[in-house]
Design a protein around this ligand. Structure first.
Ligand code: CMP
Length: 141
């Protein structure tokens, strides 16, 4: 099934200058970038995006990290895009990430873990709407 997922290249990976290397992995896996924007998130932006984690002990550190520098936000489209992107990313904690995954290759810690990807169709829709809305996408059919 053709799906869309929201991907964020986090401040650590943007600072490492590996946006292109990460995009290349998306494209080689057959995912198309149908929207993209570089943005310096405000605190309110980051808190809103990660609102589901508000009660978690790591919430404040997560928000601080996500506003520490610009992020690259994109919508990926393709067959099974949500799972495909999660496979490409690897486990949340880079210590557990399989060799060859984005987090194994580029992430330093569970906080500075290079990328975010939606985890389910419902969250993908909410996350895509948060940054782009339906009219902000450029699907190529
Ligand atoms: P992400 O997929 O962006 O979703 C929430 C983020 O919180 C996660 O990646 C991690 O970078 C960060 N985080 C920090 N500590 C934890 C934790 N113990 N469990 C899950 N996520 C964590």
């Amino acid at each position: 099934m053709t799906e869309r997922t929201l991907s964020i290249i986090k401040p650590d990976a943007v600072a490492k200058n590996v946006i292109g290397e990460i995009y290349s992995r998306f494209e080689k896996a057959g995912l198309q970038i149908v929207a993209a924007r570089m943005v310096q998130l405000s605190r309110a932006d980051a808190e809103g995006f990660y609102a589901v984690h508000k009660e978690r002990p790591f919430f404040n550190d997560l928000v601080e990290f996500m506003i520490s520098g610009p992020v690259m936000v994109q919508v990926l489209e393709g067959e099974g895009a949500i799972a495909k992107n999660r496979d490409l990313m690897g486990a949340t904690n880079p210590k557990d990430a399989a060799p060859g995954t984005i987090r194994a290759d580029f992430a330093d810690s569970i906080d500075a873990n290079a990328v975010h990807g939606s985890d389910a169709p419902e969250t993908a829709k909410v996350e895509i709407d948060y940054f782009f809305g339906e009219s902000g996408l450029c699907p190529r059919g």
